[in-house]
Design a binder for this molecule. Structure first.
Ligand code: ZN
Length: 69
């Protein structure tokens, strides 16, 4: 039997870019959170941003953002 050369590694399904990591932005050596975290659920739970408010998907805590304009 002749050995077949591998035709490159098969692309893995499910991108690694998914999940909470896209809520972080790397700034130098530090990670900066893009979204607010829920004060009720803790820093591990992020608030979903809306036009004028942020809502926690876990406990539905909502913060209305004061508009300065
Ligand atoms: Zn919450």
């Amino acid at each position: 039997m002749a050995e077949k050369p591998k035709a490159g590694a098969a692309p893995k399904k499910g991108g690694a870019k998914k999940g909470r990591w896209n809520l972080y932005e790397k700034k130098g050596d530090e990670l900066e959170r893009k979204n607010k975290s829920c004060p009720k659920c803790g820093s591990g739970t992020f608030m979903a941003k809306h036009a004028n408010r942020a809502t926690c998907g876990s406990c539905h805590y909502t913060v209305f953002e004061s508009q300065s304009k």
